[in-house]
Design a protein around this ligand. Structure first.
Ligand SMILES: Cc1cc2nc3c(=O)[nH]c(=O)nc-3n(C[C@H](O)[C@H](O)[C@H](O)COP(=O)(O)OP(=O)(O)OC[C@H]3O[C@@H](n4cnc5c(N)ncnc54)[C@H](O)[C@@H]3O)c2cc1C
Length: 400
């Protein structure tokens, strides 16, 4: 067992404590983010600035490579530790957390799930040298219906030629390598989908429009355009037409990472609200003395705790080779909805000061919204959970 989050002990009790090593990494992340990210995040957000120098420092700490396995030179972190890092980063700035997740987990999960040794050496080796990564799935005409994509891949001798436009790609502005989903022929449906590793420097890879976003403004989101890009055959992951199951498994992993980020936003909004409510006086008392405020804080705290338990349970299942599809979708949906509601309540607790950029909570609210949209909207998660339950024919929490 890698993680002992819920390790059943000799006494048959359940422990929810992080291991000493997991907690040390959590603290190291929190300390770094408190010093290097939190004090500046508001200013970067206003300037729509991606702090590349901070990403370089995160790289030195190994935090941009949290998905790299030990056998390929990484730290070989278990999933619980990876998501705990995402949670801690998002408490301070969800844009930087998104940058890390998109590179180290989302774009790299197809490599974990479906790559051979040669492919893993290429991808992870470059990451360890500092290459950031992007995940190219969404297209102007294919969002929730991701498998309705129209980027084409055509075999040419031993190579493939890829053509099409990808939309809303996180890290598009600076990624050095991409995982790219394309179809041999749309008429083949799910069986025609292939996934490739693509070097940003291959001729024909172009970075298109940069998005001016509502939130997570410290992350880069752009179009990525593939104009007859020639990709060597060995860079096709898992084989011709094998992209669909890889994509599904990738999303089940990465949704847990989004759940962790959303939990981080809810935590940040809650802690800011508690401090403010204890300081702000109206009617001769701190506003925290009013039941209306206490009830909001109580709901925010309870829902944040539930969000964290859900993503931790999904992580525990991943680390123990147990099914986790339903849990990761539940975690993403619940934590995203919680982040949105808690950050809205945080603005309410701050009153007029919640509405202005001098205080941190309007940024939490703007950052929270994307958690309900990317890596499948919360409607898509409800569809996945509903389908899972009705296909299984029962709900069970025991894995039996
Ligand atoms: C900041 C940002 C970063 C992103 N990063 C990446 C990235 O790195 N890589 C990548 O590939 N993509 C990325 N995306 C894309 C993201 O995953 C998609 O935006 C998302 O999946 C939704 O797709 P869509 O925007 O096309 O919305 P649509 O699919 O058009 O959905 C619009 C609305 O219709 C609803 N809807 C659609 N179908 C159904 C249905 N069957 N039943 C009920 N409701 C439905 C949706 O829930 C939503 O409310 C990013 C997006 C943003 C904004």
């Amino acid at each position: 067992m890698n993680s002992i989050l819920m390790d059943v002990t000799m006494e048959n009790t359940i422990s929810f404590r992080l291991t000493e090593e997991q907690d040390m990494i959590r603290q190291m992340t929190a300390e770094f983010a408190d010093k290097e990210i939190k004090p500046f995040a508001g200013e970067w957000d206003i300037k729509d600035h991606v702090p590349m120098d901070v990403l370089a420092k995160l790289h030195e700490l190994g935090l941009t490579n949290i998905g790299v396995p030990a056998e390929y030179g990484g730290q070989g972190l278990d999933n619980l530790t990876r998501y705990t890092i995402c949670d801690e980063l998002a408490q301070r700035d969800a844009g930087i957390a998104t940058t890390v997740v998109a590179s180290s987990l989302l774009a790299s999960d197809p490599i974990m799930v479906g790559a051979n040794d040669e492919q893993k050496k290429w991808w992870f080796g470059r990451m360890l040298e500092g290459a950031m990564c992007g995940f190219c799935l969404t297209e102007p005409g294919a969002g929730s219906d991701a498998l309705g994509l129209s980027t084409k891949c055509t075999k040419d001798g031993n190579d493939w030629i890829i053509s099409g436009t990808k939309q809303f790609i996180t890290n598009g502005g600076f990624a050095k390598q991409f995982t790219v989903f394309a179809t041999i022929d749309r008429a083949m449906g799910n069986k025609g989908i292939c996934c490739f590793m693509v070097d940003k420097d291959f001729p024909g890879v172009k970075i298109g429009k940069k998005e001016d976003k509502l939130g997570i403004r410290t992350s880069s989101t752009t179009e990525v355009i593939f104009e007859d890009v020639r990709v060597p055959g060995w860079m096709c992951l898992a084989g011709e037409g094998k992209g669909t199951p890889m994509l599904m498994e990738t999303l089940d992993y990465s949704r847990t990472a989004v759940a962790a980020m959303a939990t981080g936003i809810a935590t940040g909004a809650l802690n800011a609200s508690i401090s403010y409510a204890n300081e702000r006086k109206q009617f001769g008392k701190p506003i925290s003395a009013f039941q209306a405020i206490q009830f909001m804080l109580a709901d925010m705290a309870t829902q944040t705790e539930c969000s964290r338990l859900l993503y931790q349970k999904a992580a525990w299942c991943q680390d123990n080779n147990l099914p986790f599809k339903m849990l990761s979708n539940m975690a993403k949906m619940y934590a995203a909805d919680t982040a949105m509601k808690s950050s809205l309540d945080a603005v309410q607790i701050f009153g007029g000061y919640g509405y202005v950029k001098e205080y941190p909570v309007e940024k939490f609210m703007r950052d929270a919204k994307i958690m309900q949209i990317f890596e499948g909207t919360v409607q898509v998660q409800r569809m996945v959970i509903g389908k899972y339950l009705t296909t299984e024919g029962k709900y069970s929490y025991t894995f039996s």
